[in-house]
Design a protein around this ligand. Structure first.
Ligand SMILES: Cc1cc2nc3c(=O)[nH]c(=O)nc-3n(C[C@H](O)[C@H](O)[C@H](O)COP(=O)(O)OP(=O)(O)OC[C@H]3O[C@@H](n4cnc5c(N)ncnc54)[C@H](O)[C@@H]3O)c2cc1C
Length: 298
């Protein structure tokens, strides 16, 4: 298959990019293996016109809209390799694709601490983003799990959702500066490593600490380690940005990576995850990629 643009990842960012190129009547292929970052959540919040809809329903609606354009195709499956340069990229996957430009929109993956029971609650009663989950999980006894560091930002941030916050220090050292920031009403500090999460079908009930102590709670937040869901950008030589909580691809104001002809959008290209932000940067990447094909982007 030969196309103007291959888009890897057909979720919020990839579909938004493809629709701009479709409207410019360019040949586009979207290649995707259907593992969006929020797939464990029952509903997605804050997306204009679709607040509370299931993540898959939003994505399917967007995909159906873009596939109504005659120059857009969709391949189900994983891109396993990528090589070449601007005007001559080759992608290996469900079928070989030759493309003049590439938009990487394959998202980030969240790495959770290895605590039995935690992953089963992820996206339901264990979460990272209070804007995504906080309204539904409000006014509960809520845990905040320290992992690599004490999540100082969340300890303040969560006060508009709960006044009963349990900081699980989990063996992480609390500095004197941290301790000053943690002395606020409604926050309890609990020392000891967390060994297990007890839950009923994803609804958290308690955490178990070393020594057997149980701490009851009905919601839990943590900051995940976040890294690209695929290594294709790094294989192509795109520069990455390292942050205290992971890494993502470096892009400029046009969503260009450091490799000519390769654009990146969505969570993959920024540290703050949100479906709306992903769609916004996808929209920008699609338009910029089209202008690059015309030689307009300097
Ligand atoms: C539990 C949870 C709940 C969330 N809830 C909300 C919410 O309520 N509201 C909100 O705004 N945001 C929410 N988010 C954030 C939101 O999920 C992301 O910001 C959004 O999904 C990013 O969109 P994206 O298009 O960049 O990537 P994704 O949605 O992650 O999509 C990437 C796509 O690329 C595909 N892919 C990856 N590698 C390859 C490959 N090699 N070949 C082919 N395809 C590939 C994947 O299968 C996937 O379909 C939540 C996140 C999590 C973890």
């Amino acid at each position: 298959m030969k196309v103007d643009v291959a888009v890897v990842g057909a979720s919020f960012a990839g579909v938004s990019a493809a629709i701009m190129l479709a409207r410019a009547r360019r040949d586009v292929v979207l290649i995707d293996d259907g593992r969006t970052r929020n797939r464990q959540a029952h509903s997605s919040h804050g997306f204009l016109g679709m607040d509370g809809a299931a993540p898959a329903a939003i994505r399917d609606k967007g995909l159906a809209e873009v596939l109504a354009y005659p120059t857009v195709r969709h391949l189900e499956g994983r891109v396993t390799g990528i090589r070449g340069k601007s005007d001559a990229f080759v992608l290996d996957g469900p079928e070989p694709v030759e493309a003049a430009r590439v938009i990487l929109a394959y998202g980030q993956r969240d790495i959770l601490p290895e605590i039995p029971g935690l992953a089963e609650c992820w996206g339901q009663t264990v979460a990272q983003c209070p804007y995504c989950h906080g309204y539904e999980l409000a006014d509960r006894t809520t845990g905040l799990l320290a992992w690599e560091a004490i999540p100082m930002h969340h300890s303040v941030h969560l006060q508009d959702w709960t006044d009963d916050l349990v900081l699980l220090e989990n063996g992480v050292e609390v500095t004197a500066e941290d301790a000053a920031g943690l002395s606020r009403p409604g926050l309890r500090r609990v020392v000891g490593r967390v060994l297990r999460v007890h839950h009923s079908e994803g609804a958290i009930e308690a955490v178990e600490l070393e020594g057997g102590r149980r701490v009851e709670m009905r919601a839990l937040y943590l900051v995940t380690w976040q890294e690209p869901a695929s290594d294709l950008g790094e294989v192509l030589g795109c520069a990455v940005v390292k942050t205290p909580t992971g890494r993502h691809l470096e892009v400029d104001e046009h969503q260009r990576t450091t490799v000519p002809g390769v654009f990146a959008a969505g969570d993959l290209a920024r540290p703050y995850p949100s479906a709306t932000q992903a769609a916004s940067t996808g929209n920008r990447a699609g338009a910029a990629c089209h202008q690059d094909l015309l030689g307009l982007l300097k």
